[in-house]
Design a protein around this ligand. Structure first.
Ligand code: NAP
Length: 237
């Protein structure tokens, strides 16, 4: 991955931070994207220490079309190309359908689905011009199966799977890869939780997801990984 330009959304903590550090160790050039500039700056420091060739932070709300366009422009003017996009930013509200508000429903779709579409569309033009590129989506195991108490979140991740599987068919022949990584329960700050909380000791660690992303991203040019489902031993699929 040395010298590859890698854009990571939701890079300010949790799984996105670990993905950033994994690519940093491979000496990639990173573009870290999230809404909180202080958190991004902290991860930028860690990534530089870990060996990244260069790190750009772009404070962006991925659900806003203009902000995503600026993020892509700033990336291209700094690095001239985009090799990898990791669509990782996401939110979840885990409630019964009866209790889910319209605002919660819309926020999940705005970030998990529309934001992922906007970032993917933003990087496609440079990738298609290059004749190469890789879009990796952090979906979820509930993008292929359902659970009770998270219907809205499940619906967004099923949408991610549908979008990504269709996009793969659109761009594969033009040299652009699309991969979905579907994690099970992972110890992060997700859904307003505490990373490192005792009850999550047996869950996946963010580094486990980062390793799967790096595996898919570093395959030879002729090898395409469609999906990786990964879950902790304590969770049945
Ligand atoms: P997390 O610790 O809460 O991190 C979420 C990241 O997304 C943060 O960096 C956050 O930064 C960013 N983000 C949220 N809204 C954004 C927006 N509108 N624009 C830009 N960035 C935004 O959660 P995580 O577990 O690492 O989640 C990462 C991905 O993994 C999500 O897509 C989630 O659905 C998926 N996933 C998680 C689990 C799990 O058990 N943790 C399981 C399966 C899948 P800011 O708030 O600063 O914007």
């Amino acid at each position: 991955m040395k010298d590859k330009v890698v854009v990571i959304t939701g890079a300010s903590r949790g799984i996105g931070e670990s993905i950033a550090l994994a690519f940093a160790k491979e000496k990639a050039k990173l573009v870290l994207v999230a809404r909180n500039p202080e958190d991004l700056e902290r991860v930028r420091g860690r990534a530089m220490e870990a060996g990244a060739e260069d790190v750009l932070t772009v404070t962006t709300d991925i659900s806003k079309e203009e902000e995503v366009e600026v993020m892509v422009e700033v990336t291209l003017s700094r690095f001239g190309r985009i090799d990898v996009l990791v669509n990782n930013a996401g939110v979840g509200y885990f409630k019964s359908v009866k209790e889910t508000t319209l605002k919660e429903w819309q926020t999940m779709f705005d970030i998990n689905v529309t934001g992922l579409f906007l970032c993917s569309r933003g990087v496609l033009q440079p990738m298609l011009e290059q004749g190469s590129g890789h879009i990796l989506n952090i979906s979820s195991d509930v993008g292929r199966r359902t659970i009770a108490g998270g219907a809205g979140y499940c619906a967004t991740k099923f949408a991610v799977q549908g979008f990504a599987d269709s996009l793969r068919k659109e761009v594969q022949s033009k040299g652009v890869k699309v991969t979905n990584v579907l994690p099970g329960m992972t110890d992060t700050y997700f859904a307003n939780s505490e990373q490192g909380a005792a009850h999550k000791a047996d869950w996946l660690q963010a580094e486990d997801i980062a390793r799967a992303v790096l595996y898919a991203a570093s395959q030879p040019e002729g090898v395409l990984v469609d999906d990786i489902t990964i879950h902790p031993m304590v969770q049945e699929y």
